[in-house]
Design a protein around this ligand. Structure first.
Ligand code: AMP
Length: 281
């Protein structure tokens, strides 16, 4: 695996290649979910570029940014073992200084900006767009691999890719989970062993809602699930809701023929966890 720290060096190397490129952007603290994305990328293209950059502009809470886990040596080891071709490991300056001239001041995300994650993390998706736009202009991948775990982020990046003609085919990869059902996440590193066990209740509750959708009104199911989570020791629920799978607006009455998704953001042991469950026919 070749590691590039300078954008210009990466760009120069990539320009010499004739083969398709698949790109997996990450913020590091890699786990099997990330490696699954790399493995899927390897099936689609002969050159796989993974980036690790903990993007400050997408953190509305600077405490959260400071606490974001960093395990770079292990990350490099895992990517080498996985056979990833390229790791891009830029500094903040490489991403942001003198490199913003091609980027818009604001991304007009419409409703996506303020729904769900946007409501609880103001400015988050502007930061996501900035960094992903910069990375896509640099890497110019044929394929971009994203995890469905970050459901709204997938929508935002698909919008970015289309709106700015960035030319990547976006591949959305299902969420990888622990045997308990807990979605793999870098933030899980901040949970105690007991916390990890408790955290699995989130996916259990999402599955329970799905199982009972035809039997009870969605509002009742959401109410019960929220109570169960609080009783299980979750400190706070930012949201647990049913949304339209296309535009993510809230759905008050479930209809089997309309593709929907359950979206959740909760706190446990001071760690903010997100998960979702698509309700496909
Ligand atoms: P992150 O480093 O958390 O920003 O994630 C980098 C990429 O990995 C994003 O596209 C995430 O959606 C994806 N990802 C994170 N966790 C998982 C998971 N458990 N399963 C599959 N993809 C994931």
């Amino acid at each position: 695996m070749i590691i590039f720290k300078k954008a210009a060096d990466l760009q120069h190397w990539l320009q010499l290649q004739q083969s398709p490129i698949a790109f997996v952007p990450t913020m590091g603290a890699l786990h099997s979910g990330h490696l699954h994305l790399v493995s899927e990328a390897q099936k689609t293209a002969s050159i796989v570029v993974c980036s690790i950059f903990v993007n400050p502009t997408q953190f509305n809470d600077q405490g959260d940014f400071a606490k974001y886990p960093k395990t770079i040596e292990n990350d490099i080891f895992l990517l080498e073992k996985q056979g990833c071709s390229i790791l891009f490991l830029p500094s903040n300056e490489e991403i942001y200084e003198n490199n913003l001239e091609n980027l818009p001041k604001t991304y007009e995300l419409g409703a996506l900006e303020n729904l769900w994650e946007g409501a609880y993390r103001p400015g988050h998706f502007q930061g996501v767009c900035m960094v992903v736009h910069r990375l896509l202009l640099l890497v110019k991948p044929h394929f971009l691999l994203l995890g469905i775990k970050d459901y709204q982020q997938c929508k935002v990046i698909e919008w970015l890719n289309t709106t700015y003609n960035l030319g990547a085919t976006v591949l959305k990869i299902p969420t990888q989970r622990e045997a308990s059902g807990l979605a793999l996440s870098s933030r899980n590193l901040r949970l105690s062993d007991e916390g990890k066990q408790k955290a699995a209740n989130l996916y259990k509750e999402l599955c329970l809602i799905r199982e009972n959708l035809a039997a009870a009104p969605i509002q009742n199911l959401l109410f019960i699930a929220k109570n169960n989570l609080l009783a299980a020791g979750f400190e706070k629920i930012d949201y647990l809701a049913l949304a339209d799978a296309g535009n993510l607006t809230e759905v008050a009455i479930w209809q089997a023929e309309k593709p929907c998704v359950l979206l959740a953001a909760v706190f446990l042991e001071g760690v903010r966890l997100i998960d979702n469950l698509e309700l496909v026919l």
